[in-house]
Design a protein. Structure first.
Length: 422
């Protein structure tokens, strides 16, 4: 019995000991556990770039796309049929005023001049001869009129003799017949004089025509030797030496170097502003950026007809800007009417079309603005804004304000930022 009790005691003792050891170990680990420091949550600070507010008088720019054209595209044609004697130029070359371009064979040009000269001389000789004939006809008319007067006197005298019975009726009839014949002779002489005057007019008309033909032949002789009327560039040479051409065949085409202009479309959105500036007498110009240089293109005129997409404007190309050719496409920036008290900012500082953020005490604050256009800064387009929004009660920008120019996708009023010193 005693052995059974002792065995039962051992069986109960082991579990109790295990539980006690486990409890001791638990309390030991709890008491020796390391204490973690309390985590403090800090607000994130965004690093941003900024710029000061600078009020300026600036002209907004509007980007335009246009095509180079020339208002003096010349096509020199052959004045007569003939052979090409010499071609002095090639396509694309520059020529100076007075330089020879294409020459036709002189034989084809001089023969018409010689023929016209002979016609003029022949017509002048005919005119001289006709004047001599006309002079003789007038003298004959004067003589025949004198004879007619004598015949009329003879008739009167014969009548007087009949009254005195000194002549017969037969005598009177004979002198009357002579008078009638003389009258017919006078009429013929008068007709010859008048006909001579008409012939002189005809000859004078033929002479004027012959002189005009001669002038045209001389003009063709000059035009057959095509020379540059001004400094120009050759567009295309249509003929070659030795080829035969007909009258009116194009020989060479060219354009004046000082005749280039840029034709660009003004969109409807800026058309009213441009017309208003021109009515005020302001001179507008577009700027073409070529590497590190800026080339000014003055606005010369507006097109006479508009379309639904806008109105064409023509900008004068400077004579020194010879790199472009008709047909080239150009991108230019039109300078608008100057605006007072405006601020230029990079587009990264603009949110939408009417909002920016300024930095006050290290936090962003929204600021309403008006977008007025664009302006070029070092060849880059910046937004041109006016202080304050459309609401008259909106806060105005101050020269002490700092504008955040780093575009933050999560930008909100109160966002903590830190300005980066460039």
């Amino acid at each position: 019995m005693a052995v059974v009790s002792k065995t039962r005691f051992k069986v109960l003792l082991y579990p109790v000991l295990i539980i006690l050891v486990a409890l001791l170990l638990f309390f030991y680990f709890v008491s020796t556990k390391s204490v973690q420091p309390k985590v403090e949550v800090q607000e994130k600070v965004w690093m941003v770039a900024s710029m000061g507010v600078v009020f300026e008088k600036l002209s907004p720019v509007h980007r335009l796309y246009g095509k180079v054209e020339s208002f003096s595209m010349v096509q020199a044609a052959a004045p007569v049929s003939g052979v090409i004697d010499k071609v002095w130029v090639k396509e694309g070359v520059r020529v100076k005023q007075g330089d020879s371009l294409v020459s036709m064979a002189l034989a084809d040009l001089e023969i018409p001049v010689q023929q016209a000269t002979a016609d003029v001389a022949d017509t002048k000789a005919q005119a001289t001869l006709q004047k001599l004939v006309d002079k003789a006809n007038k003298q004959r008319l004067s003589h025949e009129q004198s004879v007619l007067e004598l015949k009329q006197t003879t008739v009167q005298r014969t009548r007087q003799l009949i009254n005195k019975d000194l002549a017969s009726q037969a005598d009177l009839d004979q002198v009357k017949e002579t008078l009638v014949r003389q009258e017919y002779v006078v009429v013929g002489a008068q007709l010859a004089v008048e006909e001579g005057g008409v012939k002189i007019q005809q000859i004078q008309a033929r002479l004027a025509k012959a002189q005009a033909v001669l002038a045209q032949a001389k003009l063709n002789l000059k035009r057959g030797q095509v020379v540059a009327p001004y400094d120009a560039r050759i567009i295309k040479v249509e003929v070659s030496e030795g080829s035969r051409v007909n009258m009116g065949t194009v020989l060479v085409s060219f354009y004046g170097l000082d005749s280039l202009e840029l034709r660009a479309k003004l969109p409807v959105t800026i058309l009213a502003k441009v017309q208003s500036a021109l009515e005020k007498g302001l001179s507008l110009e577009a700027v073409y950026q070529q590497k590190e240089s800026r080339i000014s293109l003055p606005l010369s005129r507006l097109a006479g007809q508009a379309t639904t997409s806008g109105l064409d404007a023509f900008f004068t190309m400077p004579a020194t800007f010879t790199q472009v050719r008709p047909g080239d496409l150009m991108e230019v920036d039109l300078q608008g009417e100057p605006l007072e008290s405006v601020v230029a900012i990079p587009y990264s500082a603009l949110y939408g079309r009417n909002q920016i953020y300024i930095i006050q005490e290290g936090r962003l604050q929204t600021q309403a603005v008006q977008l007025l256009g664009e302006v070029l800064r070092d060849g880059v387009l910046w937004a041109l804004i006016a202080s304050g929004g459309k609401d008259k009660n909106s806060k105005m920008l101050d020269e002490q304000d700092r504008i955040c120019i780093t575009h933050l996708p999560n930008a909100v009023t109160g966002l903590k930022v830190s300005e980066v010193v460039p």
